[in-house]
Write a protein that binds this ligand. Sequence first.
Ligand SMILES: Cc1cc2nc3c(=O)[nH]c(=O)nc-3n(C[C@H](O)[C@H](O)[C@H](O)COP(=O)(O)OP(=O)(O)OC[C@H]3O[C@@H](n4cnc5c(N)ncnc54)[C@H](O)[C@@H]3O)c2cc1C
Length: 364
Amino acid sequence: MSIRRVNRFTQERGFVTAEGIKRVARARDVTGLDQAPAAAAKAKPVRHSENAERNLLVVLHCKAGELSTLDREAIYVARALSEMGSQAQVHTLVFGAPNPNLDWAEFGVDQLHVLADERFEHYVPEAKVQALVHLHGQLEPERVVFVESELGDSDLARRFAIAQGLSFGGDLYEVTDHSVRRLSGNGRYQASGPLPQVLAVQSGTTGDLDLEFVTAPNTVAVQGVDAPVAPEESLFSLPSGDIPLVEADFVISAGNGVANMDTFHRLAQLLDATVAGSRVVVDDGKLPRERQVGATGQIVKASVYLAIGISGAVQHLQGIKDCNTVIAVNSDESCDMIKRADVSVIADAEEWMQAMISALEGTP
Ligand SMILES: Cc1cc2nc3c(=O)[nH]c(=O)nc-3n(C[C@H](O)[C@H](O)[C@H](O)COP(=O)(O)OP(=O)(O)OC[C@H]3O[C@@H](n4cnc5c(N)ncnc54)[C@H](O)[C@@H]3O)c2cc1C
């Protein structure tokens, strides 16, 4: 692998068409300014894959029967890889029973393999590897795509690659027909290398989930493993407050406009969000230094960043450039944080937090 330092992303995002794709890359702008052409409203053509010469496999967990956006992205990446070269089938193995309303044809899945054995609802990584090895032996897929996520997906990807002696690439944010890229050093470095046999993709690998065709998927029930399956290791969830900021998915952040930190912490607890703050708040001793967001603090990559009473100074905004959705609560509608936000609330911080707490506690 070659490693080089990066200052900023310049990659363009690709998209799958009926003719094929050459590239899947992290979206430059998650707000959708850089959208691929909108799919026509008319019915999409159906892509049949009976004559496929190659297989691609995606491995997912259905949580409460549903798929996350990241799960959909993993299917999209496999679909994109299937378009590169001779015709290929995209197989998807899901652990857990999927909601029957999920539209696998729209997602681009050709064959759905469902392993709904309730024994697999526990943390049983080696049993899952065993089931996966069995399916892998049947399909002999060219590549296997996982998501980098909690709940064992990342862990399973690595265990499986080791068990099968396959090449592996994790934390991937860009996949092309011959190479991958990933970030390291808290986003300061990117590593690139050849396309591995087993891929674990990050959120944002592709910003577009819309295909120009649908598939005609078959569903196959997969047998688990014959041997007894017992939980092998305990899986504990950490309180959100203990999650390092760089790992946190939902961050609630206090600025100088937060007068009462007790109210702030109570709201954070009710929302189960990870606490952070601006440099002013940290300098005032209201939060520890490792909770500071910004150029001289932590760079966060949360799905949701809730900024309360933060002005949006350029040094602070540098710390949230990779957040998906920013919600700002501020009394000054002209401040830079409101301009940056996807959702804005113009309100007094204390009043708004109290109203949220009442709503969450169910008190009038
Ligand atoms: C070299 C350098 C590095 C820096 N690095 C960082 C860094 O890493 N991180 C960082 O955060 N800063 C950093 N700073 C500081 C940065 O420039 C700002 O001073 C700081 O981010 C401001 O913090 P703030 O928005 O919380 O406070 P303020 O600028 O005081 O803004 C408070 C905000 O709260 C709003 N407000 C006030 N009262 C209320 C209310 N009752 N209800 C709702 N809203 C209210 C105001 O409208 C305002 O927008 C750095 C500065 C320098 C020079």
